[in-house]
Structure formats: C-alpha cells, structure tokens
Design a protein around this ligand. Sequence first.
Ligand SMILES: [Zn+2]
Length: 289
Amino acid sequence: MDIIYRYDPYQPIECPRFETSDAAARALRDGNARFGLMVEKVQGEVFNGDTSRPIVIPSSPLSLGFPLVPGKAPMQSPFGIILGCSDARAPIERIFDHSHNELFVVRVAGNVLGTECLGSIEYAARNFADSLRLVVVLGHTGCGAVGAAVDLYLDPDAYGAIAETHALRSIVDRILVVVRVADKALERRCGLGCSSDPGYRSALLQMAVYLNAALTAHDLSRELQTSVADRMQVVYGVYNLVSQGVEAAPRDEATFGMAPRTSAEFTELSDRLADSVLSCGILTKLENS
Ligand SMILES: [Zn+2]
C-alpha cells in the first residue's frame, strides 16, 4: 500500500492563523476527524485485502516541515499549546493531523502539571502570544500512569513499591486525588457496594482519565490566569485509543470540555462522567441487578 503526501504547487501556502480559541479548537477537531478517516480508510483497505490503491493525503511543504526560504529558520508560531501523555500510542501532531510549527507540545507521563511542564507552557504563552489561541490538556484512554494511581488507590499496601522512588511518586501522587473524586462520584451514583463489582477498576480508570485531564486544565487555567473571555482558552479532552477520536466525555460528541473553574463545577463534572461511564455498562452487577 502506498500512502502519498501530495501538494498542489498552484495552491497558496498558508500558515494557519486563528482569531479566536473556538476557531483553533475547530481546526484541531477537524484535524482529528481527518486522522480518523485516514485510519478508517487504511483499516478498510487492509481488511478487504485491497491495498493496490494509494491513499493520497493533501499536503503542503510547510506542513511537511520544509522551510520555503533557504538559509533562514522559520519564526516559531504555534496556534495551540498541548500538554499530553508520553504514551507512545498518543502522538499529538498525528492525532490532530497537524504538523511543524503549528503546535507547542509538552508530553509527560499522565499529562500531569509539574514545575518544568508549567515553565515550558508559560514560556510559550509569553513568547508566542500573537499566534497562540488555545491550550489543550490531552489525556488518553488506558493511560498507564492513571492506571498505576487507580491500582494504588484500590490497594494502598502496594504503595511501598514506589515509595522509595521520588520521581514516580511525584506523578502518581498528583493523580490519586482525581481517583478519589471518581470513587466518590461512583459511590454517589450507585451506592457503597459498587466497589466490589468486577468492572469497578475499569470504571474508576475511565473516569480518572477524564478527571485528570480536566483537573490539570483547571490548574493550568489558574496558573495562566485565563478565562472564557480571554483570547487563549484552556480546555481538556481525551484521546480514545480504540476509536482514534478525541472526546470531552465517553461517547460525547464534543471534542473538548472547558476547564472547570470551581470545585462545584468539578464535582458536577465528576457526576456527569459517572453517569456517562455507568451508561457504558462497565459495572456488571449494576447491569444485572
Ligand atoms: Zn498515559
């Protein structure tokens, strides 16, 4: 199978510039939809055994990272900052079908907000304010870092295994708080006994992934002192490793959710996520009762 990046030299070559956060979010949403279509097309052709036709991806020299002016480095002008997980299955530019000089990407296990990550983001926010319009915290389903926090929450005795490792603790400890919030939200929705359900770990993990991204977006919003009215909104989303889609909640059509601004908004989000996760039928006892 051939996958061909093709550019039309008669089409104008433009760097994407956006006036608003909504326009920047739309560009990422559209890029993720393009990526999903490409995956669907490749899977369809491989599944059907027809790999003779090339898959053509419209492109331009800039999107492929080829500078147009010899002897001159391009000006850095990203339109979005993305804080994502280091997971090798979640490459940011590929997920959003965007390329060189469009996204300022910071990746760390569990997409947690450590000092160095915040410093990188603040640097970008200060230096590329002319082009930046959006900050995204991107979690992903099946996150190993969130899974480790869930396992420690369910079995605190296992904490000894990482207690001596400051670096690992610093990641897991930041995530434990959202695991507890997820646990409490599930308990409010389906009672104390639900934690004995065989599907409880999966439900807790799924909720914690969304809440972790949302809480980090909240923290970033406070640090950057942005608000809905500002030119650079802070949002969160979760990349689904199975569907390749980015979503604000399981099975949600919205790609991104706004960073919760208060503890009340965060609690309300945790209750909505609990309803959403429970509607997927993860808790088997609840489904069969
Ligand atoms: Zn991860």
